[in-house]
Design a protein around this ligand. Structure first.
Ligand code: PRP
Ligand code: GUN
Ligand code: MG
Length: 165
């Protein structure tokens, strides 16, 4: 869990696209994936980018919620994985799970339990959850909060010196 006053790591659309593409590059050569499961909502954007790069056409989502703003509660599954995709995995097909980040690893653990044997990939990872992820691009410290472009707007920022102009 994070303290809202800790460091922040804002990510722009350009940077997120580049990092998601880098994730796709890292996943090439790891075997053809038959389906992608995006962990909604944050995983939907990198999943679309990775699926485009790796030419995967079967896209599923699982909706998991555990945070209200920066406070984590119980992991709740709001929409499960379809039988079609669970069957692909049970039959030995390669399934790729994508999320934007892993923090404590609670979300990753819950989704991994639904799809044992799937490959789990995130764009960003914090140390506590890193072990839950097979492939990621950038590690940030545990006391950093990542702000994604869909949560940001362009706004005034005070000078470093502390003045107002
Ligand atoms: O490793 P954890 O500590 O479980 O945290 C990681 C999860 O938290 C965020 O999702 P969130 O539940 O906030 O929902 P969202 O994707 O709809 O923003 C993020 O997108 C990951 O899915
Ligand atoms: N946006 C965002 N969601 C999170 N959920 C858990 N950790 C984070 C984080 O650092 N940023
Ligand atoms: Mg999420």
């Amino acid at each position: 869990m994070n303290n809202p006053a800790d460091k922040s790591f804002p990510v722009t659309w350009d940077q997120f696209h580049r990092d998601s593409r880098a994730l796709a590059w890292r996943l090439t050569g790891m075997g053809g994936f038959e389906a992608v499961v995006a962990i909604a909502r944050g995983g939907l954007v990198p999943a679309a980018i990775v699926a485009r790069e790796l030419n995967i056409r079967v896209i599923e989502s699982v909706s998991v919620k555990s945070y209200d703003h920066q406070s984590q509660g119980q992991v709740r599954v709001l929409k499960p994985i379809s039988e079609q995709v669970l069957e692909i995995s049970k039959a030995g097909g390669r399934v790729l799970i994508v999320d934007d980040l892993v923090d404590t690893g609670a979300t990753a653990r819950a989704v991994r339990d639904m799809l044992p044997g799937a490959h789990f990939a995130t764009v960003y990872a914090k140390p506590k959850g890193r072990e839950m992820v097979d492939t990621f691009i950038t590690e940030v410290s545990q006391d950093t909060w990542i702000f994604f472009p869909w949560d940001l707007d362009v706004a005034y920022v005070a000078p470093i010196s502390g003045g107002t102009d």
